[in-house]
Write a protein that binds this ligand. Structure first.
Ligand SMILES: [Zn+2]
Ligand SMILES: [Zn+2]
Length: 552
């Protein structure tokens, strides 16, 4: 039998969900206060004769009927129906401190956001500020509360865990000077998301466990050779213990996909004996070195045999900021501030691509504002030459695949980035029609974040990647590798295929402020996994080559 607390919880949830669904607010209030009254009752409801429940203080007829329903069936149908009508991600929002049902309702029904990752991304883009009841302070609190929540889920973006991983490496190295700690696994493989950090070490299991416990980590021994630990950051740390002469071998096995490691061991069974450095396995096999981030598809081994693994793009190879937003739409810096920061960081040019008019939530540019912005960019270009700001727009791809302005206006941009931002729930057929139409538009230069996915929270719409890649090549459209750590879209698993077929890709930060430039690093780490070469990356083009490309 459910006790009063469990019953009160159901009423409290019912009241909140009714508010989220904007149902009768009088009723939802009465269920909310009933929850409160039930909690305060001096006796258990189950011990009260049913006919007396309606006369309890703070409980009316309708509430009484529902209490009886719960007591008799263990369930509340009205609540179950509401839960079924609510997307999972919206239910999850109720776990976040600082956003009550009214705000969740606005977030879901008005902003069209259905998950926490999506909401976090909207905070980064300052989207919440445009809605009633959301100030800068609320937005900041929501952002922090979601980040806190994600930490507790135990899944992390690479970018969110990187500093911690390197810090812990330092901690172990300075604490255990006589021992080795090799960071390995998904982190070394540059996976976009991680569930744990992993080390192989020759430190003794007991010594390490004691040290971790003394530093407030919770530890558990998985086997004699594997220790798990978790500190307040809630990141799972795994330690695999191994004698010193086996460390490199163990780490080699953890630093590649299963398919890669199996293929390797089949081909070069003895190459992992007597390893002292990572390079030794390759020397023993007499083939070219394969960096850990490329040890995914076993086919890379054949390339290494031919000596053709080379010139993988590096963060420093990115020469420009392509895809950035200023305070004309939803960015926070002025175009001039963005340009100066580019010059300071040694970038040769920048592409300002604010949102287009349909993106009203992001203060997208009307025709008049586009013209005004172009005049302003001309002025800045005179002031900061030879640095160059290119006139662009991130045009929404509308439902029917068309772009957001007339051809006349589209022709005034140096380049156009076309992206899907709204109505993401589509069948593959619908999505393909929409995106292919946009790719075929003669004004489209770059396809922005092709699938719209947000890592750890939104899957993105279904696309036939092969066909998208072919259409981009046929229409001379560049495929973006959006470098935001939550996007990394095009996914790295398609980068190699796109490159092989002859597509041009572009690592673009989609910066909404100057700090956003740093994301280029994460886009590059992902592009590296796909083996992207710098000559196939548009944002590595020099200013002259970029201009020639746009003209060509
Ligand atoms: Zn976008
Ligand atoms: Zn953008």
């Amino acid at each position: 039998m459910p006790d009063n607390y469990a019953i009160a919880d159901q009423f409290s949830l019912l009241s909140k969900l009714m508010d989220i669904h904007q149902e009768n607010s009088f009723k939802s209030k009465s269920y909310g206060s009933a929850a409160f009254s039930i909690e305060k009752l001096p006796m258990q409801l189950e011990s009260i004769p049913k006919e007396q429940i309606a006369s309890l203080k703070g409980i009316g007829d309708s509430t009484a009927r529902k209490i009886i329903e719960i007591l008799e069936t263990g369930k509340l149908l009205a609540l179950e129906e509401l839960i079924a009508k609510t997307p999972e991600g919206v239910l999850e929002m109720m776990q976040i401190k600082g956003i009550g049902p009214k705000k969740i309702s606005t977030i879901w029904k008005e902003m069209g956001i259905e998950g926490l990752g999506e909401l976090l991304y909207a905070c980064n883009e300052n989207r919440l500020l445009l809605y009633k009841g959301f100030g800068e302070k609320t937005q900041k609190n929501v952002k922090e509360a979601i980040e806190f929540y994600f930490r507790h889920q135990g899944h992390f973006l690479y970018a969110d865990i990187e500093t911690y991983a390197l810090h812990m490496q330092d901690v172990f190295e300075s604490q255990f000077k006589e021992n080795k700690f090799l960071l390995c696994g998904d982190f070394i493989r540059q996976m976009p998301t991680l569930e744990k950090l992993c080390w192989v070490t020759d430190c003794s299991n007991q010594q390490l466990a004691t040290f971790l416990k003394d530093n407030a980590f919770e530890t558990s021994e998985l086997t004699d050779n594997i220790l798990h630990a978790k500190g307040i950051e809630n990141v799972m740390l795994e330690f695999q213990f191994s004698p010193r002469d086996q460390l490199q071998k163990r780490s080699f096995i953890l630093n590649g996909s299963e398919a890669f490691v199996d293929a390797w061991l089949n081909k070069y069974p003895a190459s992992l004996d007597n390893m002292h450095t990572d390079q030794d396995a390759f020397s023993a096999a007499s083939i070219q070195y394969i960096p850990s981030f490329l040890r995914e598809d076993p086919a890379i081994i054949e390339q290494a045999i031919k000596g053709s693994v080379m010139d993988i793009v590096q963060p420093s190879d990115v020469k420009s900021i392509i895809h950035s937003h200023s305070d004309w739409s939803d960015g926070t810096n002025t175009i001039e501030e963005m340009a100066k920061a580019c010059i300071d960081k040694g970038f040769e040019y920048m592409v300002i691509s604010d949102h287009s008019k349909s993106a009203f939530y992001a203060n997208g540019l009307t025709e008049e504002r586009v013209k005004a912005q172009h005049q302003y960019i001309d002025e800045l270009n005179r002031k900061y030459a030879p640095f160059k700001i290119f006139k662009s727009i991130e045009s929404d791809i509308l439902n029917d695949g068309s772009l957001d302005y007339s051809d006349n206006l589209l022709s005034t941009f140096d380049l156009v980035i076309a992206s899907v931002h709204s109505n993401l729930k589509m069948s593959e057929e619908k999505a393909m029609q929409r995106v292919i139409t946009a790719i075929e538009n003669p004004y489209t230069t770059i396809l922005g974040h092709p699938t719209g996915r947000l890592l750890l929270s939104r899957k993105g719409y279904p696309l036939d990647h092969e066909k998208i890649i072919d259409a981009c090549i046929a229409n001379k459209v560049v495929i973006e590798i959006n470098a935001h750590p939550r996007r990394l879209d095009l996914d790295w698993t398609w980068v190699a295929r796109a490159q092989e077929k002859g597509a041009l890709l572009s690592i673009n930060p989609d910066a909404h402020n100057i700090e956003g430039y740093n994301d280029i690093r994460y886009g590059t780490l992902a592009a590296q996994k796909g083996g992207l070469k710098k000559e196939n990356n548009l944002s590595s083009f020099s200013l002259a080559d970029f201009e020639a490309y746009l003209k060509g």
